[in-house]
Design a binder for this molecule. Sequence first.
Ligand code: KIV
Length: 273
Amino acid sequence: MMSTQTDTSKKVTVRRLVEMKQAKEKIACLTAYDASFAQLLEKSGVDVVLVGDSLGMVIQGEETTLPVSVEDMLYHTQCVAKGLSNALLITDMPFLSFTSEQEAVLNAGLFMKQGGAHMVKLEGGVDQAETVSALNKNGIPVCAHLGLQPQYVHKIGGYRVQGREQAAADKMLDDALTLQAAGADLMLLECVPESLANKITQALDIPVIGIGASAGCDGQILVLYDILDISLGMRPKFSKNFMVSANSIEDAIQHYVSAVKKAEFPAAEHVFS
Ligand code: KIV
């Protein structure tokens, strides 16, 4: 008799990500904003797909991520979810969509219930610990985002490496431990010096995903359109054009996954000291 149960053995789950960290198996992540690319990413071996609020810049042509709305994120999450069967789907909480615990739970709930997301990502340090805890209590997995937080671009006066001074580095490690204790399931570090990224990765039990951080992180993420070299404006130093040595878009994505899995990406020229 045919089984009516879904084969869950290939599903990437929160538990599977922790097992990958423990087994030192690198986690390959990329952003996606539509079903066709999502399907191609999964076919190419990507473990985690992020519907990033970077869509404000690469899809909508905005200068920052700030104009992105909850409705935009929900729409693109629904599109991406239709292209995935096994990869873990994370949706970014856009600017000002988590100003209170209640607002955070309602919006994150929308991304999970109507969008098909498995986890939400939010920018912020210790100030967001109670929000992370509220999401955790309501069964909503969370990826915390430290280092460069693009939603704070006007506060910090541009996109720059974070945590270079000792006090800032100590605070980031403290923030990471506090967010983990509050229930975060995953940590993303953006534009952080290599040595600090390694220290945080070793200090946390939850997996740490780097972007402009270190090959020593448990996994890597990049913006899809940057690796395909079709983003508007300049590609950041920490990214790499994987189309250069590829025959097709699928080939480029496979090269990225393979480079992450073998810890060949990021190389020295993609990280900060
Ligand atoms: O919005 C996004 O795509 C992100 C990645 C750059 C990590 O947050």
